[in-house]
Design a protein around this ligand. Structure first.
Ligand code: AMP
Length: 282
């Protein structure tokens, strides 16, 4: 497995693979790798000859009061995980090389980014789109794999691909969960043992929705029930619960029968912010 940190070497390596007629997949991550990331790597390996995992804690997607400084960084373990997973190159660029002084060009998706996490994390998706496009330009992948865990991010990346004619095929991998249902996340490390127990309520609440749907409740009633269900845990603070159309991300009040809805939840335990979601058919 190659360990690459310079942008030029990464670009050249990808060019070399393309010259050998190999297909290249990229799995962009911020490191602190876990089973969720590994599932993305497996999906990438099934689809391409060579797999690049980028590990870059991207400063431009963090707000001023967010956890950029404290975000878990476990590079040595990450490299072992990548090697065991059969990754061909780990790309770990530095912040100064990715964002040289006077960087002043950003990519901003202007509609879908306004909803859900966009209402809470101003500038977050601008940072995400910018770094993803930069990684695409440097790694030149045929395929890139993202997780349904960050449902809004995946939808926005697909929109950016379409709007800017970027020749990369996007694959969305399903959410990997702990045995008790909690969506695996690098940020779960922030939870105390007591909070970790309480955090199982997030997915439990989402699973309840299917039962409630059978009771012919309205979207608003289901949303209220979700809030009450989650608030049973004392240390949890709901950031948002939205029930939205899976394409437009706009809130739906009276869905058509068969319409696909995304139920997206963001909560805080203290300063740790966790997100989860499910898709349901109305
Ligand atoms: P991150 O390192 O958190 O930025 O995540 C990198 C990629 O892994 C993103 O595309 C995430 O959606 C995906 N990911 C993170 N957690 C999970 C999970 N539990 N299941 C599936 N994909 C995940």
């Amino acid at each position: 497995m190659k360990k690459i940190n310079s942008l030029k070497s990464m670009f050249r390596q990808s060019q070399k693979w393309h010259a050998e007629n190999k297909t290249v997949a990229l799995v962009p991550t911020m490191g602190a790798l876990h089973e969720g990331h590994i599932s993305l790597i497996r999906a990438a390996k099934r689809k391409a000859d060579k797999v690049i995992v980028s590990i870059f804690v991207n400063p431009t997607q963090f707000g001023p009061n967010e956890d950029y400084d404290n975000y878990p960084r476990t590079l040595n373990d990450d490299i072992k995980i990548c090697r065991n997973a059969g990754v061909n190159a780990v790309f770990t660029p530095s912040v100064p090389e990715m964002y040289p002084d006077n960087s002043s060009t950003f990519v901003s998706e202007e509609v879908l980014s306004k909803y859900l996490c966009g209402t809470r994390r101003k500038g977050h998706f601008r940072g995400v789109c910018t770094v993803v496009l930069k990684l695409f330009n440097i790694c030149n992948p045929d395929i890139a794999v993202f997780g349904q865990k960050d449902a809004q991010q995946s939808i926005i990346i697909k929109k950016m691909i379409r709007d800017l004619n970027i020749p990369v095929k996007i694959i969305i991998a399903p959410i990997k969960r702990e045995k008790d249902g909690l969506a695996i996340s690098s940020r779960n490390k922030y939870l105390s043992p007591e909070e970790r127990k309480q955090a199982t309520v997030i997915y439990k609440s989402l699973r309840e929705v299917q039962k409630w749907q059978e009771g012919n409740l309205s979207v608003a009633q289901i949303r209220r029930k979700l809030i009450r269900f989650i608030q049973r845990e004392k240390d949890i603070r709901i950031d948002y619960i939205y029930i939205v159309d899976t394409n437009s991300l706009t809130e739906v009040t009276r869905p058509d029968k068969g319409e696909k809805l995304l139920i997206a939840v963001a909560v805080f335990f203290n300063k740790a912010r966790l997100i989860d979601n499910i898709e349901v058919k109305w």
